[in-house]
Design a protein around this ligand. Structure first.
Ligand SMILES: [Zn+2]
Length: 407
């Protein structure tokens, strides 16, 4: 296989997680009588442009289920993050009723609704039917398509170039990252701004976040690599900010290559930090498999120990990262009888691979567990707050990443 960005043959494995079903292929009760499709889950690193990327495999198109169940609006901290961002950008870019804001992968309208309220014209792009419908109900026009160079050029031809293009947690999920980036170039007005948020590869490596790896997450990105990809498409990263979301995310600010804005010192500093941490030599990428295996083994040892001691453990948060962790560790309902989740669209279904049932949060109070394993560790404190009633009754909360601990 050759690098998806620069075409260099990929000689190095970053992590091999064996095989797993797609992380969003939740099962209905009927599905339990059927076989599941498992795909290899192996991640390579390019020693030329340092793009960390999932290995290619057959039938990749089957990953994208039309009933993909994740609704962004279920996380209150993410909603606050989106509202704050919208206010900042309206002020910073002086957006008004003559402007256009495009969000690629607008999900259920969790972000663009802030621009609707401010009377700023916007357009969402979202191929997933259920979330696109939710966005439309908030008054957001939605194109139900995948974003691509072709779509970017179509928007340009229709005079719909944007003052601001937003992409939150979409860039890393794009199979053809070069084509997508050329689409951003085409859909951006001269003088316009692109902001993309993605988990930061540096944090993934530093904090053992191997469970953020799944098939639909094609790329694991550093600022250095994003800058290269932008440059190849005639764009430039002129500013960057870092956030705690998803365990450590980057918000990159892009513009046309010939834009008047100068690069900020934040760009220079973070590029230097990445080089200093070794992201442009192969050594930084080796040893990650051993650290991943340690996290997996510690979780299994904990669950087996509780089982032997007659203690009750339940899970919380049926998110993609939970599926990666549970499937790599081989955890099944005998060790973790159910996972609770607030999203009604997932309740009554089963986690792919592990086939652990997903129940409403009320099931936790009935079960009265000794421990709750929080799978989305990035919002552990928020979840702890929501489940404070259980703490009063003596339940303890644990998470497995970056290492097994009481939270
Ligand atoms: Zn490459």
């Amino acid at each position: 296989m050759n690098c998806r960005h620069c075409g260099t043959p990929l000689a190095h494995t970053f992590l091999d997680l064996g095989s797993a079903p797609p992380s969003n292929a939740y099962l209905s009760a009927d599905d339990l009588n059927r076989p599941e499709l498992y795909y290899p889950l192996k991640v390579k690193v390019c020693d030329h442009c340092w793009l960390v990327q999932t290995e290619n495999y057959a039938q990749v198109e089957e990953l994208f289920h039309p009933d993909y169940a994740y609704f962004s609006s279920t996380s209150s901290s993410w909603l606050r993050h989106a509202a704050q961002y919208s206010q900042d950008m309206i002020a910073r870019l002086d957006l008004g009723k003559e402007s256009l804001v495009i969000e690629v992968a607008c999900n259920d309208g969790y972000l663009l609704k802030n621009f609707v309220v401010a009377n700023i014209p916007c357009l969402g792009i979202e191929p997933t039917v259920s979330t696109a419908s939710a966005a439309e109900q908030l008054g957001i026009p939605v194109l139900r398509e995948f974003f691509s160079e072709q779509l970017g050029k179509q928007l340009m031809a229709q005079g719909k170039q944007a003052d601001l293009i937003v992409g939150n947690n979409v860039y890393a999920h794009v199979p053809d990252i070069n084509d997508f980036t050329r689409g951003l170039k085409a859909a951006l007005k001269p003088g316009g701004t692109i902001t993309l948020e993605s988990p930061h590869l540096l944090r993934l490596i530093k904090h053992n976040q191997f469970d953020t790896i799944y098939h639909e997450h094609f790329s694991y990105l550093s600022l250095g690599t994003i800058s290269r990809i932008f440059q190849t498409a005639g764009l430039r990263i002129w500013h960057v900010e870092q956030f705690a979301t998803h365990g450590g995310s980057l918000r990159v600010f892009g513009c046309h290559g010939d834009d008047q804005r100068e690069n900020t010192s934040a760009v220079k500093n973070l590029l230097a930090e990445e080089v200093q941490c070794g992201l442009q030599v192969i050594d930084a990428y080796q040893g990650f498999q051993d650290r991943t295996d340690r996290v997996k083994n510690d979780l299994l040892a904990f669950l087996i120990e509780q089982k032997k001691a007659g203690k009750k453990v339940a899970g919380y948060g049926a998110a993609a990262k939970g599926n990666t962790l549970l499937n790599y560790a081989g955890v099944k309902p005998d060790l973790l009888p159910f996972v609770s989740d607030a999203a009604t669209s997932k309740q009554g279904k089963f986690m792919p691979g592990s086939r652990i049932p997903i129940l409403a949060p009320s099931a936790l109070a009935e079960y009265n567990p000794d421990f709750v394993l929080i799978l989305p560790w990035n919002i552990a404190q928020e979840i702890r707050g929501q489940l404070s009633g259980l703490s009063v009754r003596g339940t303890e909360f644990v998470s497995a990443v970056p290492s097994l601990e009481i939270v």
